[in-house]
Ligand binder design. Structure first.
Ligand SMILES: Cc1cc2nc3c(=O)[nH]c(=O)nc-3n(C[C@H](O)[C@H](O)[C@H](O)COP(=O)(O)OP(=O)(O)OC[C@H]3O[C@@H](n4cnc5c(N)ncnc54)[C@H](O)[C@@H]3O)c2cc1C
Length: 552
């Protein structure tokens, strides 16, 4: 049985080996000024863990536990702040209990019990949040917190072949979802980098951004209808390909981050597995030229499935370039038709912007009918840039390796319209560099890539790697993150394009959203979650109503 790592990415034993971490240290240690020491995760039984404040109620006992490992491994998501604290054996806000409901009835009984006793409920899918979305930091007003792990609700329940849709339970993780869709010849083709350890419910709750770099990128576009258990009752939306009947009820819950209830099922729009692919890598002298090429592609209507631009350092770090040029990875895929015309036109467009096509990487591929085409996993269309793809998949493990070596290593992302891109990119990178100096990490660096492109704008994604000082890692990162977030907001970006708001982005999200919208959201929450038990601290704060009972 594979067991999920409690402190870092992925599964026990599948991260970097000690020898690989040492090799990483040898390659980067001097450049970054790392101390060469490897931080090992502490044994769970040595962690100083606050005792549970509530005991398991008899009604929830068959599927709820206060087991130490359960509590510790549901205490954090997977951000840099989370991994650093876990490696220090510091668990700030463990859930008191972890429930693993096996059906909606059991889930309902958790919500009822928590509402009755004023206990906070934290929905938990894959736990890959990088914004504090699953950390039970709910404040003193709550006598306790129950994390609801949705992992047992992991089935594809129905497939409608004619409409090409499937009814899927919210707790299913990416690989198990694709395994169940494969025999039907379908795929969701939603491959966030966290695909392996994130869930359908989590994707919907956070408006995750997936595989497609253009076109239907956010999970929003793939949701046909939803079933949500709220403390006030069930909300089930109608299955429709589209509807003009007022504001969309689906959209209320897409992005609700566990604050309005638990997404138990969704009808999802599926695709046939792609059989034709074409694409490759293109080099640009400057990132700016590459950005112009991406704009041109984004506005061309060609809709490439992959369109990732890496700045020169990002390309170097990912093994996709030598650091002298920006690299664009372009890919097309189709279940229906050859893509030669699309690829040829894309080559013309990128060439118009000074792009030099890397002929060795550029190719078209066709998987004959009946074979498992398109089954190469997340970002599998990027055949022509294998280095980028494998680095994308191994990235989270490498990040953990760097953190174990004492490096600050984190990403943040935004989106802005094309007219603001140049100023925003320069302001953000300058702010981060200045902040690195301020926090005593001047050897650090920041890189940028584009993860998603739209006709009217783009989603820049930044990576920061720097030496951290033992004991002040969180303060250092907070200094950098604050500077970056201020620059993003000041220059017309969003505080998040796909990482969600969680607890960490609240200060900027609160400033970004219109006040009246916030007021409407608060009223909505008051209706759906009258005891304000669902993921307190995330998205919106509401006054708590008096309880029928003062805690268990
Ligand atoms: C290495 C790495 C790479 C990443 N890459 C991407 C990426 O490419 N694209 C992207 O969009 N994000 C990415 N993320 C962020 C994260 O994976 C996404 O936010 C993802 O959608 C979270 O899914 P999850 O199942 O892990 O949710 P969790 O982390 O378990 O929960 C996230 C939020 O959703 C709520 N929630 C979870 N399940 C439910 C449910 N069933 N009903 C109601 N609320 C629920 C939680 O309460 C919480 O607020 C990445 C994260 C990491 C660590």
């Amino acid at each position: 049985m594979r067991r999920r790592s409690w402190w870092g990415w992925g599964y026990d034993g599948e991260g970097l080996t000690d020898a690989q971490i040492d090799a990483l240290g040898a390659a980067l240690g001097e450049r970054l000024g790392l101390d060469g020491r490897r931080r090992d995760p502490p044994p769970i039984d040595t962690i100083d863990l606050a005792p549970p404040r509530i005991s398991v109620p008899a009604t929830l006992r068959p599927f709820t536990s206060d087991d130490r490992r359960e509590r510790v491994s549901h205490a954090y998501g997977k951000s840099y702040r989370d991994v650093v604290r876990a490696l220090q054996g510091r668990i700030d806000h463990p859930p008191d209990l972890v429930a693993r409901p096996r059906d909606e009835g059991e889930l309902s009984s958790v919500l009822d019990w928590c509402a009755e006793h004023g206990v906070a409920v934290i929905p938990f899918g894959g736990g890959s949040s990088v914004v504090g979305g699953v950390e039970p930091d709910v404040g003193e007003a709550y006598p306790g917190a129950v994390t609801v792990d949705m992992g047992a609700l992991d089935a594809v329940l129905e497939v409608d072949r004619l409409s090409q849709t499937g009814r899927v339970q919210g707790g299913v993780l990416g690989p198990a979802l694709e395994d169940q869709l494969r025999p039907h010849g379908f795929t969701l083709r939603h491959f966030p980098q966290s695909f392996e350890c994130s869930s359908l419910g989590g994707w919907i709750a956070t408006r995750a951004g997936g595989h497609f770099a253009t076109g239907p990128t956010h999970i929003d576009d793939l949701v046909e209808s939803l079933r949500v258990l709220t403390p006030a009752g069930v909300v089930e939306t109608r299955r429709l390909p589209s509807s003009g009947a007022g504001p969309s009820p689906d959209r209320l819950f897409v992005g609700s981050e566990g604050t309005l209830g638990v997404i138990t099922e969704a009808w999802m729009r599926l695709r046939r597995r792609p059989r034709w692919r074409a694409g490759g890598a293109v080099r640009f002298v400057s990132f700016e030229d590459g950005a112009e090429a991406v704009r041109s592609l984004g506005q061309s209507g060609l809709s490439p499935s992959n369109c990732r631009l890496l700045d020169p350092v990002e390309a170097l770090v990912n093994g996709a370039g030598d650091g002298s040029s920006a690299v664009l990875v372009v890919g097309f895929e189709s279940a229906d038709h050859p893509l030669d015309a699309w690829a040829a036109r894309a080559r013309e467009l990128v060439s118009d912007h000074g792009g030099e096509v890397d002929e060795a990487s550029w190719r078209a591929r066709h998987t004959p009918a009946g074979r498992a085409g398109g089954d190469t996993g997340p970002e599998g269309d990027a055949d022509a840039a294998e280095a980028w793809r494998s680095s994308f998949l191994r990235g989270p493990y490498i990040r953990d390796g760097l953190v174990r070596l004492g490096a600050m290593c984190e990403t943040f992302e935004t989106a802005c319209t094309w007219d603001r891109l140049g100023v925003l990119h320069d302001a953000v990178t300058s702010a981060v560099r200045a902040a690195l100096v301020d926090v005593g990490a001047s050897r650090g660096f920041v890189t940028c890539r584009f993860t998603h492109a739209y006709p009217d704008g783009v989603a820049p994604y930044f990576t920061v790697v720097a030496p951290a000082r033992p004991g002040t890692e969180l303060e250092q990162w907070d200094g950098v993150k604050t500077a970056a977030s201020e620059a993003v907001l000041a220059h017309g970006g969003t505080i998040t394009h796909h990482h969600a708001v969680g607890r960490d982005h609240r200060p900027w999200y609160d400033r970004q959203r219109p006040d009246l919208f916030a007021a409407a959201l608060r009223e909505t929450k008051a209706v759906l979650d009258p005891a304000a038990i669902c993921n307190p601290g995330v998205l919106v704060d509401v006054a708590r109503r008096p309880l029928g009972s003062q805690g268990p």
